[in-house]
Design a protein around this ligand. Structure first.
Ligand SMILES: Nc1ncnc2c1ncn2[C@@H]1O[C@H](COP(=O)(O)OP(=O)(O)O)[C@@H](O)[C@H]1O
Ligand SMILES: [Mg+2]
Length: 600
């Protein structure tokens, strides 16, 4: 509902106009009234004097036995005298201007008055108000005086009164002007400075803080104006510094969040708005805990006694993202030492973390390449050494072998001892030959030729060489192959050697028999082969050593320590990976991952 606004000017002007108008009217009324009264009084006084003179004349004529007719005629002609009557002590009209009344009895009882009487009366014929003067004469009968009655017309007074009113009315525009102008100037002189103040507040309210009002008066309005100017100046100074800080806060690269003691967000800068990804209006007034969850060292909780200096944390921004940050928190306290606000300065360290991660990855890759390089070099050196020595040994060995066969054939009848010796030499030469072949194999492993193959077929090829032996040693093979064959790029002979070596080791680890479980499946772009046995297992501290060339726990002549080194080498050559898990007394599990060939 809109209330009609009455201006201050109207509030001052109209009441004063009304007041002066009323006062003016009242004054006029009283003036006219007093003026009329005075005129009436003068008229009566004149006619009383006249009555006195007339009564004296009547008396003197009465005693002479005549009437002063000429005088009475003049009285009848007088403008102001309406009528006259001479009434005797019995109330009979002796003489009157109207001869019809002669001898008639007067109705009015006042003929008995002994004092001069002036009274009002209404003339019945014209309904006109008149004055009647009753003047007792010196003529008396039985102590009762005769009376002279004069009817005085007030018509002239009325006329004069009307003229007076007309004169005043002709002056009324001037009066009205005075009645109007005075309140007008009074109201103006009060409202104009106030209006200027109102205008100034509106201009200042719109942000123009350079606006000031000139001061003309030293009254209360002048003081108010002065105070207003000072207030605007102070406001300007404060606003300038506020804007200055606002600009700084919003330009700063770090996020700034100010909350109250309970975590309600009170202030948030541009950077924080960007970081959190919510609109400013959505965040101000909300509790910071309802927007952000903090992981690790840093907590917003009120129990947090000490302010926090730069701690790394992960901010989970609800419904948005996770941001790694460095955050510091300082507390604002009141005089009582109670926390009133908390100031969080937050730096997004996503980029730093990314770079850090990249650095770690690069270092890892470098290490891997380095390891590979060392390995390749080792292999190359070993290969050279191995093939050199192998050839050197291979020749004398074949001579020994041929020699022992010759000896065996040349001596048909041999003693038991000789027979055993020959067999021992043959066996030793065969073992030496096997070791040399392995060394040569190992040396050759650095060069492979890859073609697509079904992985399960390669596994089976490797196992086929040892399957009979395993059966004999009471070792069962459990296969878990996928229905759909998985293809890998492989050197068939080399890769099948991996499974032969693994199976050989498992066989050695299960002298009492056991189970070998082989599981093949796809995972992402890889073909995974799990090779598990129920053997003696490997102690944890030896796990890293088993792939080292020449590491063996087996008796001399039984193990060369080249089996797993070869396995790792071959898997590496196939861009794959091999992992080992083992538990002493329970068994060992190798997990091989080879890049899978995409089906066409
Ligand atoms: N399946 C397994 N169970 C227990 N130990 C194993 C197994 N495979 C390998 N090892 C251990 O790793 C060593 C190295 O194996 P390998 O390189 O094949 O050499 P070798 O078999 O000639 O000893 C073995 O001597 C053995 O101690
Ligand atoms: Mg072995």
């Amino acid at each position: 509902m809109s209330k009609k606004r009455i201006s201050l000017f109207s509030k001052i002007f109209y009441p004063i106009v009304c007041f002066f108008g009323l006062i003016g009217l009242l004054t006029l009324f009283l003036f006219v009234r007093i003026q009329t009264r005075n005129m009436e009084k003068t008229l009566i006084e004149e006619h009383l004097l006249f009555a006195q003179i007339l009564s004296l004349e009547i008396e003197s004529h009465y005693y002479k036995g005549t009437w002063p007719f000429s005088t009475l005629k003049k009285v009848s002609e007088s403008k102001n005298i309406l009528f006259w009557r001479l009434v005797n002590s019995d109330g009979e009209i002796e003489l009157a201007d109207n001869t019809n009344l002669w001898g008639k009895k007067i109705q009015d009882k006042d003929f008995k008055t002994k004092k001069i009487m002036v009274k009002d009366e209404i003339l019945p014929s014209t309904n006109e108000r008149i004055k009647i003067i009753i003047y007792p004469l010196g003529i008396k009968e039985k102590g009762q005086p005769w009376t002279l009655w004069l009817g005085i017309s007030l018509r002239n007074i009325r006329k004069a009164q009307k003229e007076l009113i007309l004169t005043i009315l002709s002056l009324s525009p001037l009066l009205l002007l005075i009645i109007y102008l005075f309140p007008f100037y009074l109201a103006k002189s009060i409202t104009t400075p106030i209006k200027r103040l109102v205008k100034a507040t509106q201009i200042v309210g719109k942000g123009n803080l350079d606006y000031t009002i000139d001061i003309y008066t030293s009254d209360e309005v002048g003081i108010l104006t002065h105070a207003f100017n000072k207030m605007v100046k102070d406001l300007k100074n404060k606003t300038v510094s506020l804007n200055y800080f606002d600009t700084i806060i919003n330009t700063m690269a770090d996020s700034l969040i100010v909350t109250d003691a309970h975590g309600k967000i009170e202030l948030i800068n541009e950077a924080a708005v960007k970081l959190l990804g919510y609109k400013r209006e959505e965040m101000v007034g909300k509790n910071i805990h309802s927007l952000i969850e903090v992981e690790s060292y840093f907590s917003f909780k009120e129990e947090m006694k000490e302010p926090v200096k730069s701690l790394e944390a992960i901010w989970h921004i609800k419904g948005k993202k996770e941001i790694p940050v460095i955050c510091s928190c300082s507390e604002v306290k009141n005089k009582k030492g109670e926390v009133t606000n908390r100031i969080y300065v937050v730096r997004d360290i996503t980029d730093i973390k990314k770079t850090e991660e990249e650095l770690i990855q690069a270092y890892k890759r470098l290490k891997e390449t380095q390891d590979e390089l060392i390995q390749t070099e080792k292999i190359a050196a070993l290969g050279k050494l191995a093939s050199g020595t192998a050839h050197e040994i291979k020749n004398p060995l074949s001579i020994i072998m041929q020699g022992i066969y010759l000896v065996d054939n040349l001596i048909p009848e041999k003693s038991q001892e000789l027979k055993e010796t020959i067999e021992m030499i043959k066996e030793a030469v065969r073992r030496a030959d096997a070791v040399i072949r392995r060394i040569l194999n190992y040396a050759r492993a650095s060069k492979i030729a890859k073609t697509p193959h079904k992985i399960c077929e390669i596994i089976e090829e490797g196992l086929s060489l040892i399957e009979e032996q395993l059966k004999f040693k009471n070792i069962k093979i459990e296969r878990d192959y996928p229905a759909k064959p998985i293809f890998v790029e492989a050197d068939r002979v080399m890769l099948s050697q991996v499974f032969l070596n693994l199976a050989t080791n498992s066989q050695d680890a299960m002298p009492e028999g056991g189970v070998i479980k082989i599981k093949v499946y796809e995972e992402d772009n890889f073909c995974v082969i799990e090779f598990e046995d129920t053997g003696i297992g490997i102690p944890q501290d030896k796990l890293s050593k088993v792939f080292e060339p020449f590491y063996t726990t087996k008796k001399p002549g039984k193990g060369t320590g080249l089996g797993l080194a070869m396995v790792e080498l071959i898997i590496n050559r196939h861009n794959g990976k091999i992992n080992i898990e083992s538990e002493v007394g329970k068994g060992t599990k190798f997990t091989i991952k080879l890049p899978k060939l995409k089906e066409e």
